[in-house]
Design a protein around this ligand. Structure first.
Ligand code: GLN
Length: 482
């Protein structure tokens, strides 16, 4: 039996040493999915040619040909990233039969590195939500407690990594969708600086703030994945040049002498006592490693959730306008409808959360209302960015719990969108300001994971990963019970 619980870097090492073969690893991963995924429902589709793909990579290794750095590693992909010839549904009925005609840039890069795409994983419809309950294909379950939500929107990604159904995964993070499920499922979730990874081929929700990011078992694996997928892309003009930085080098350097700001507004009233005590514990562990921790106030955090939902709904409203049953959908013929009734019928293919966002997204930037809502939200965004930039003049890093509460029961908040929105209070700031942030599994309370979040200034991803690695080394968590 192959050990499916190894990290991505261990996988690479074991393949290089000839201890395991890609074919064995991938076929046992497929068996594992068959065994646990009826319960967990991380996957929306599993590719049927993965074993042949792995075999082809083994052949390359044996014959001494050049092999990509992933060596046939099974990776799951959130179902909002295009893989040519594969279904890309965004967990929506609207794209039920959509087959992507091209590869996203991250997919092209991973193909060049000989990754094996084991399958597409579940998410909230069009990445709107944080529980996966808004998937049109049913929710995923938290492997730590299957009565609980796994977080979202990249819930399938987090579950698949946590339950050993793949080695790593790619998710997308518009307001926390990589970090939130990572925190709830006990894995690492990393949102890089805006622009570090191309969004070409990621189906847009709110382009101005979202990023693709890895979900992994270790921080080093996140650095490895960033090395694989980052870089300038002529297909995405928001990408930035990182001068071919190697994010693994120097990752063991520790955090001695680093100044870390504890964001007061992110440990406010309503934070679960277990999350509070973990935060205190994380701070004292960082201090014992030589960091200097001090509280800081970032006042605009108070308005960040309101600004986030106003801005993202506006962008979603225009991004989702293309789903009109002409370009996508093809559900019914156009004859016999006038414009409004036609569009209304076409949009019935959207679930309740997407519908809500589209209605808000039509209203908040509209003539007569924009000043009160959209423009105000944009002002909050720039004030927040200013405050965070100020904070980084004084501190190297910032810290806060990833989510103020523990994973809750499936169905518990589904009918209360506002209480769901508020769960994002600690994650949206990184997106609104473009800063990198990472969630590290830090504690278990009542059998449920708690993630700790670190932030760094733009393009300081290397330092962020270095600090996150130091933090993860201070704890040893039990294994997921599935
Ligand atoms: N919960 C947030 C939302 O629903 C975040 C989603 C995300 O990051 N994609 O918009």
């Amino acid at each position: 039996m192959t050990n499916l619980k190894i990290s991505a870097l261990d996988y690479v090492e074991q393949i290089q040493n000839g201890n395991i073969s890609a074919e064995d690893f991938v076929s046992e991963t497929v068996d594992r999915i068959k065994k646990v995924d009826d319960t967990l429902h991380a996957f929306l589709s599993v590719n049927d040619d993965v074993i042949e793909q792995a075999r082809a990579i083994d052949k390359k290794i044996k014959s001494g040909d050049k092999v990509g750095a992933c060596y046939g590693m099974p990776i799951s992909i959130k179902d909002n990233m295009c893989i040519k010839g594969s279904k890309t549904t965004c967990a929506s009925k609207m794209l039920e039969n959509f087959v992507a005609p091209y590869d996203a840039t991250v997919i092209t890069k991973l193909k060049q590195q000989d990754a094996v795409f084991i399958g597409k994983v579940n998410m909230d419809e069009f990445a709107m939500g944080l529980t996966t309950e808004f998937s049109a294909y049913g929710p995923s379950k938290n492997p730590w407690n299957t009565d609980c939500i796994p977080g979202g929107s990249s819930g399938g990604s987090a579950v698949s990594v946590s339950a050993f159904e793949c080695v790593t995964s790619l998710g997308s993070d518009t307001g926390g969708s990589v970090r939130n499920p990572a925190s709830f499922c006990g894995v690492v979730g990393y949102k890089p600086t805006y622009g570090l990874i191309s969004r070409y081929g990621l189906i847009s929700y709110a382009n101005s703030i979202e990023q693709i990011g890895p979900l992994t078992r270790t921080v080093k694996d996140s650095a490895f994945m960033l090395n694989m997928i980052c870089g300038l892309d002529s297909n995405d003009n928001t990408t930035v040049d990182n001068n071919s930085e190697d994010y693994l080098s120097g990752i063991d350097s520790g955090i001695e002498g680093k100044k870390i700001g504890i964001i007061k507004e992110m440990i406010a009233d309503g934070t679960d006592p277990a999350v509070l005590s973990s935060t205190k514990d994380a701070i004292s562990k960082l201090e014992s490693l030589g960091a200097i921790c001090e509280e800081i106030s970032i006042d605009m955090v108070k308005y960040s959730v309101a600004a986030y939902y106003t801005i993202t709904a506006t962008e979603a409203g225009s991004n989702l306008a293309r789903y009109d049953n002409l370009r996508y959908g093809y559900d019914f013929p156009v004859e016999g409808y006038e414009f409004n009734s036609y569009i209304a019928k076409a949009r019935k293919n959207f679930g309740p959360e997407v519908t809500r966002r589209m209605i808000i997204g039509g209203f908040v930037p509209s003539a007569g209302h924009a000043g009160k809502y959209f423009l105000k939200a944009m002002k909050v965004k720039s004030k927040l960015t200013k405050e965070v930039n100020e904070a980084f003049k004084k501190f190297d890093l910032l810290i806060a719990p990833t989510v103020p509460i523990l994973p809750f029961k499936l169905g518990e908040k589904i009918d209360d969108p506002v209480s769901l929105f508020l769960v994002d209070i600690n994650t949206v700031t990184a997106n609104l300001t473009g800063k990198p942030a990472i969630s590290v599994p830090f504690a278990i309370s009542n059998g449920l994971p708690i993630g700790m979040q670190l932030f760094a200034n733009s393009m300081n991803d290397k330092l962020l990963l270095q600090a996150a690695h130091a933090l993860e080394n201070t704890v040893k968590l039990p294994e997921v019970p599935i």
